[in-house]
Ligand binder design. Structure first.
Ligand code: URP
Ligand code: ZN
Ligand code: ZN
Length: 468
């Protein structure tokens, strides 16, 4: 079956041009001008933007956080993603039981995702305390057998790694050609501040950001950059960078030409601020770690995206819980923010926020939107050019956006299981008109047309971070 997208304003990560895209079955066959194909279904994209399907490399579907479980499973969460123009996710796994092998969570996650996801998906592995020789050996195994070429570690939370463990993991990862992705926050300071706040009755949502100051992130980012350098420039990817202080550490590493470093921010740190925590009730919605920061942080992150060569990707850390009164998980924190499960939805909102708040408001170009939401995530995590490009021969994952329409974020917008969006009330310039996954139209004018289980597991290759 052939499809011909005609007269669109096509954007890749390097250019914006008028043209056509010919699709046959699952692949892009040709990109050019004045294309024709007998028998093809013609899709008129005049006046619209045509971009590669977005790729979110930081989601937590069905995440078990102990006190609660993220409410989007791999079906609901990927339907939300698809409706927001995201055609691929790479999901971060939960910690497994004490002393478990890396394979334990790999097998669990196949049970959670296979037959459910409606878009293509991969997994980042997870390494947890204690690190043993067996765990280190499994890094190469999961890469070879499952195409899991990136593994997450945490510097805070239960099962966080200690510095000697981090050093050993980094050395083993370098050997195995695996990227280590890291949640960077200083655990000791956070533990102490949380304890002090609870003991002195400062338990409202507004104390959440104060208990995790930006310098906790900056210290941990700095420590990780040095640990990775001492491990022989091991491949390191910093997830969800949220603050100007953390960014300054990255800028220093970039100025020193530190090799094998990838950096992600998330859309919430570009669009929202810690004002969200002022209302003690509503503030629970935005409890996530790292917390939302100040306007200055937000502006510096946008400026870094505009400049280029500093931050590589914009993801979401999508991890939703119910908010409404009653048994809603977010309400566990109503008398004490430390009991509120961390995380918020975002996988559906990300692309349109980048398009509207970024491109339409002139903060970044459309090729930069493509770069941060699609092509760079794929390069970082071994999926490029199959995903994240519009090259002939690659998967026909394509989004058509109508810039003349608007998208209102309200209750009707939400397609995942969540009962709220942190962006509710925003009116975005532009609207997702159609979404194609491997040539199949899975979203049309807001209507989901895909099928449960149509998403394919992606065995990923080497990251561009891994040189030599
Ligand atoms: O608050 C967050 N980010 N929850 C998900 C787990 C993590 O830290 O990435
Ligand atoms: Zn995290
Ligand atoms: Zn996360």
């Amino acid at each position: 079956m052939k499809k011909l997208i005609k007269n669109g304003n096509i954007a890749t990560d390097s250019r914006l041009f008028k043209g056509d895209i010919l699709i046959e079955d699952e692949r892009i066959v040709e990109v050019g001008e004045d294309l024709s194909a007998e028998g093809a279904e013609v899709i008129d994209a005049a006046g619209k933007y045509v971009i590669p399907g977005a790729v979110d490399v930081h989601t937590h579907m069905d995440l078990d956080v102990g006190i609660a479980r993220a409410i989007d499973d791999f079906y609901d969460g990927t339907v939300a993603a698809a409706c927001g123009g995201t055609t691929t996710i790479v999901d971060h796994m939960a910690f497994g039981p004490k002393d478990c092998s890396l394979w334990h969570q790999v097998n669990e996650y196949h049970k959670l995702a296979d037959g459910k996801a409606v878009i293509d998906y991969g997994f980042h592995g997870v390494m947890q305390h204690p690190i043993t020789e067996d765990r280190l050996k499994e890094l190469a195994e999961i890469k070879e057998k499952e195409g899991i070429s990136s593994v997450k570690i945490y510097m805070t939370y239960d099962y966080m790694l200690l510095d000697d463990e981090i050093f050993n993991v980094l050395r083993a990862a370098k050997e195995a050609g695996v990227v280590i992705t890291v949640h960077c926050e200083n655990h000791g300071v956070i533990q102490q501040l949380r304890k002090e706040f609870v003991e002195t009755g400062r338990t409202e949502a507004k104390y959440h950001p104060l208990s995790r100051p930006a310098r906790c992130e900056a210290e941990a980012v700095n420590r990780m950059i040095h640990l990775a350098a001492m491990a022989g420039d091991a491949p390191l990817y910093i997830v969800h960078l949220s603050s100007a202080e953390g960014l300054h550490e990255v800028i220093r590493a970039r100025s020193e030409k530190r090799p094998n470093l990838g950096v992600e921010t998330c859309v919430q740190y570009l669009v929202l601020t810690d004002d969200e925590y002022e209302d003690p009730k509503e503030g629970l919605k935005a409890i996530m770690s790292p917390p939302l920061r100040k306007d200055q942080d937000r502006e510096e992150l946008w400026a870094a995206l505009k400049e280029g060569g500093i931050i590589d990707t914009v993801a979401t850390d999508h991890c939703p819980f119910h908010f409404k009164e009653g048994k809603a998980e977010k309400q566990y924190g109503k008398d004490d923010f430390t009991r509120c499960p961390n995380g918020a939805p975002g996988v559906q909102e990300r692309l349109m926020l980048l398009f509207s708040e970024g491109f339409m408001k002139g903060r970044i170009s459309l090729p930069q939107v493509v770069k941060y939401s699609s092509s760079e995530p794929c390069r970082m995590f071994g999926m490029y050019p199959q995903k994240g490009s519009l090259e002939a021969g690659t998967d026909a994952d394509i989004v058509i956006i109508d810039p003349s329409k608007t998208t209102r974020i309200d209750k009707d917008f939400i397609r995942g299981a969540s009962d709220y969006s942190c962006y509710e009330g925003m009116e975005l310039q532009g609207c997702i008109e159609r979404v194609f996954l491997r040539g199949n139209e899975i979203v049309s004018e807001g209507k989901f047309l895909g099928k449960k289980g149509d998403g394919r597991y992606l065995k990923r290759g080497n990251s561009v971070l891994v040189t030599g």
